[in-house]
Design a protein around this ligand. Structure first.
Ligand code: NI
Length: 134
């Protein structure tokens, strides 16, 4: 069972993006947090029933430095919360999704484990384990 958790949004200047989203009526849910595994700054904002994750590279070797050159400021993944990360990885594998990162904790979401997958038809998705599992 996949539940949409957030839309991941690449941004070059996170403080500008935060301000711009706030002007559109988004509210900061989790203040900016440096993820030292991925070398990115992350802020979560919400509006209506939507959650947006702003992701901005902090170092030239961050996980999104290549992507941001290609896409500039743009949404780039949808993240789904799942009860059982391993079972869903296996199921998605049989549906044409290829795991492209290790399963690793996400400091910006209380250390919950996440993993990224790539699909030829719909691009990148992320899975995050549900809070109930912690
Ligand atoms: Ni994400």
């Amino acid at each position: 069972m996949l539940t949409v958790h957030h839309i991941g949004y690449l941004v070059k200047k996170i403080e500008h993006a935060e301000r711009q989203f706030e002007e559109l009526g988004y509210v900061v849910e989790r203040e900016r947090h440096y993820d030292d595994i991925r070398k990115v700054d992350i802020t979560f904002l919400t509006k209506d029933s939507y959650r947006v994750e702003l992701v901005s590279p902090v170092a030239p070797d961050s996980v999104v430095s290549g992507l941001i050159k290609r896409y500039k400021n743009a949404p780039y993944h949808i993240c789904y919360a799942v009860d059982n990360l391993e079972a869903n990885l296996e199921k998605l594998g049989s549906q044409g999704f290829v795991q492209i990162t290790k399963v690793q904790p996400a400091p910006a979401i209380d250390g919950r484990r996440v993993v990224f997958l790539q699909n030829a038809a719909i691009g990148m998705i992320e899975l995050v384990e549900s809070e109930e599992e912690n």
